[in-house]
Design a protein around this ligand. Structure first.
Ligand SMILES: Cc1ncc(COP(=O)(O)O)c(C=O)c1O
Length: 278
């Protein structure tokens, strides 16, 4: 497998970064996961925008222009012959002085890699609610930073419980999102999802689902569910670039109801994915 590292395509075993890279030392960086379909990255502009705004917020100057990012992604997809894949973009501040000061770290590390798509039929996930909370809503929450410890611990709790994904609460104790996906549920024929103000990641797939709802004239409500509320929902699903729309079938060991709206949205998402990358 070829990796794009700092401007060059290199075999995976030769793709190396410094042990003093601040991404490794402090999680001082950002990433994106993008679905590649028919050789093209889906919703590329939206992913790149979040990525670039994040870099700007952290004060990391990406060494590439948007056009160069896309050219690098295309080269990687073609050279690896992987038209159906996940593309990960990783940017770290690179190497600087010892300690937290970013001073002198002005040569960012930039890496693009491709990964196989999770295979099999439409996934159905068992969820748990965890004791881990999202940090209080800060500007940092708007970006996909390389700091994911709350999510990692929550996901480990799900693994131990034999579940597929864990739901985290926000600072007020309301359910906010999954470790790697945005939360939706269906209640009284409206599609509901927590607002961005809850401190969740503004997911690219979340935005796609809101767009589809608007097109299909499905009512949308943005609010945060109380613990217990999801158990009574007509249906629950998560959204993430790597899997699209994933139906939840159980929460904390109890089965969830399943709504035809989830299937309808899933099909609309698949259609959009193929139409936009054709
Ligand atoms: C915490 C969190 N929320 C939501 C998402 C979904 O975002 P997107 O639809 O942009 O993949 C992710 C994706 O990894 C995530 O890490």
């Amino acid at each position: 497998v070829l990796i794009f590292l700092n401007g060059r395509l290199v075999p995976e075993h030769r793709a190396r970064v410094s042990v003093f890279d601040r991404g490794f030392l402090y999680g001082d960086g950002l990433f994106e996961t993008v679905r590649v379909c028919q050789g093209r990255p889906f919703r590329w502009a939206q992913h790149l925008e979040r990525f670039q705004r994040g870099a700007e917020f952290l004060g990391i100057r990406p060494p590439f222009t948007p056009g160069e990012w896309l050219a690098a992604a295309r080269r990687l997809i073609v050279r690896n012959r992987r038209p159906e894949a996940l593309l990960r973009l990783t940017l770290s501040r690179g190497v600087g002085v010892r300690g937290y000061s970013p001073a002198g770290a002005d040569s960012p590390t930039l890496m693009l890699s491709l990964h196989p798509l999770p295979g099999g039929p439409a996934p159905k996930w068992k969820l748990i609610t965890t004791s881990h909370r999202l940090p209080p809503a800060t500007s940092l929450a708007r970006f996909k930073t390389a700091n994911k410890l709350a999510q990692i611990l929550a996901r480990a709790e799900a693994d131990t419980a034999g579940a597929d994904e864990a739901l985290l609460r926000d600072a007020r104790g309301r359910i906010a999102e999954g470790t790697a996906g945005n939360l939706f549920w269906i209640s009284r024929d409206a599609v509901c999802t927590p607002p961005l103000a809850a401190g969740i990641l503004p997911g690219v797939t979340r935005a796609v689902v809101l767009e589809i709802c608007r097109d299909l004239k499905i009512k949308v409500r943005e609010r945060s569910p109380r613990p217990g509320e999801l158990a009574a929902a007509q249906g629950v699903f998560l959204t993430l670039s790597s899997r699209g729309i994933v139906e939840a079938v159980a929460l904390d060991g109890r089965p969830l109801r399943r709504s035809p709206v989830t299937r309808q949205l899933r099909q609309a998402h698949e259609r959009l994915l193929h139409a936009e990358t054709a």
